[in-house]
Design a protein around this ligand. Sequence first.
Ligand code: KG4
Ligand code: ZN
Length: 333
Amino acid sequence: MILLAIESSCDETAAAVVRDGRHVLSSVIASQVKEHVIYGGVVPEIASRRHIEAVSGVVSQALMQAGLSSPQLDGIAVTYAPGLIGALLVGVNFAKGLSYATNLPLVPVHHLRAHTAANYIAYPELRPPFLCLIASGGHSHIAEVRDYTDFRVIGRTRDDAAGECLDKAARAMGLPYPGGLNLDKASAGGDPFSYRLPHPSVQGSEYDFSFSGLKTAVVNIIHNAKQKNEEINVKNLGASYIRAVTDCLAANTEKAARASGHKKIALAGGVSANSVLRRTMAEICEINGWELFMPPLPLCGDNAAMVGAQGYYELLAGNIAPLSQNARATADI
Ligand code: KG4
Ligand code: ZN
């Protein structure tokens, strides 16, 4: 089964053609990073406008690179939630128009399910059940993937997402957008024990996260240093901060895996590109004898190939949307 997939939940306009959920025939991404860098973050209105300009060309390119046209497709998968509503609407409406014109089924895909499915592309042998840490700019979930379309969230953030927290701290340290990636690079080789930072946990809810206090702590360190006219060592502060965030993510995932008995652990979402998180999870899984699945870096961030991968399983499960399908800024996984 061959699906065309479209993704526009944040600042990447992407389209891909994917066969049987595992084979990527083409994948095109138009990134808007250059548009947003001067503002230090994604400006939703600009994102929507750029998606409108890019979506048609990106879809045509994906079909052209795959050497296919609509009669050879079996469906159109699209990210419908969660994300920036104005951005999501562009992809959803484009997909609806295409579905109407071609009579192909419209397959709605949850963005976090799609991130998880990036692993199916990288690991053809991976099958549910497994445990997945999904950490992106807007979410930090520990989810049991009981089946391809059956997720149970066992841990989530109570406030900020891990990616959001990394982005804000990077900005406070004077690093350009995209913050998480630049903080990862800037702190390479830094001393992760040089700055004392809290490792917050949520009382009574051992798999949940709370990152807002950590973010405030780092902003206070920077503020206090400025007041005293002291220099901040970005390399060391970045390394200490990344250690604090990744320790929380890794520790809760390890606890959740022990308690649930899962021996297959996957990472997903933009933050899973983080070098320290990848190293830490590799160590934890090796010590415990667990199998670890991590998407290759190009599949960690937003792309449409992962939407096509998840879309295949959604279509197999009969998840076909009517043309009244709406986009949603928030939705349970
Ligand atoms: O999944 P994603 O591309 O978009 C959302 O669905 O939100 O995730 C974006 C997040 C951003 O917060 C970004 O800073 C973070 O992923 N990120 C990283 C790295 N690359 C991207 N965080 C830490 N280290 C990285 N190397
Ligand atoms: Zn994402």
